[in-house]
Design a protein around this ligand. Structure first.
Ligand SMILES: CSCCC(=O)C(=O)COP(=O)(O)O
Ligand SMILES: [Mg+2]
Length: 242
């Protein structure tokens, strides 16, 4: 006998390429952090969170003897190759904090994402974020948008300290923390490998195609161009969009 489909009770969303443009992350956020990394490290290297991130970067590189300059050079190389390394993401978040608080950075959230997230929350869904950006960076981008502070919409945030976004175990751990079966969670992302990992443990999935990258042909997830096309409580595209 076929199991009845679980109603969706939570939405888990990616940021870059999903709620926010890839160009904002690549052309605004990454260069902002890149230009300030050496100065930030020189000024804050003795603070525990910074020292911990620098040590973690050295450990990831497999060379605990790297001096400060060599570690900064390594981190800059990681920015240039868009490496989703947890210590780099921690430092980027700390550097962006100054930019958001001073008004130099404004969180770029697609209006359709902001509107639909608010609507889904009003409809009783609980909302969570899962991004390679650190939890601090996630709170900053949603906390400093042109439409104001969107952080009250969210019940929680997950970053790569829970595991890689392409690893199905990360989604199992997130479902456990949320306290819902994976089948009751809808995951939204522009990255097919992330969606595959979430689907592997039974989450409902929808791919976002914001027109900045080409979707691989034949990939198995329903595709939405905007959040308007998504029927989140049903965990699928609206009939008018499919
Ligand atoms: C939190 S904004 C910066 C996002 C970021 O650093 C990044 O690498 C984007 O990864 P995502 O998992 O949101 O696609
Ligand atoms: Mg993404």
């Amino acid at each position: 006998m076929a199991m009845p489909k679980q109603p969706i009770r939570a939405v888990l969303t990616d940021i870059e390429g999903t709620t926010s443009s890839i160009s904002f992350v690549k052309d605004v956020l990454f260069p902002f952090a890149r230009a300030r990394l050496a100065g930030f490290v020189a000024e804050h290297a003795d603070e525990p969170a910074v020292a911990e991130a620098l040590d973690a970067a050295r450990a990831l590189a497999g060379d605990a003897t790297l001096d400060r300059d060599a570690t900064v050079a390594l981190l800059i190389a990681w920015i240039d190759e868009d490496r989703k390394a947890t210590p780099l993401k921690a430092l980027q978040g700390m550097i962006w904090e100054d930019g958001y608080r001073s008004g130099q950075l404004v969180g770029d959230i697609y209006p359709d994402a902001a509107e639909q997230l608010a609507r889904w929350r009003n409809e009783g869904l609980v909302l969570y974020v899962y991004s390679s950006g650190s939890v601090l960076a996630q709170k900053l981008i949603f906390g400093h948008t042109a439409a104001g502070d969107l952080t009250p919409l969210f019940s929680g945030y997950f970053d790569t300290t829970v595991g890689l976004k392409t690893d199905h175990a990360s989604y199992a751990a997130i479902a456990e923390v949320i306290g819902l079966p994976p089948q009751a969670i809808l995951f939204l992302s522009d990255n097919i490998r992330e969606l595959d990992a979430a689907a592997e443990i039974g989450m409902a999935t929808i791919a976002l195609d914001r027109g900045e990258v080409v979707m691989p042909p034949g990939q198995p997830h329903p595709v939405a161009k905007t959040f308007d096309a998504i029927d989140a409580p049903a965990g699928r595209l609206k009939a008018s969009a499919s």
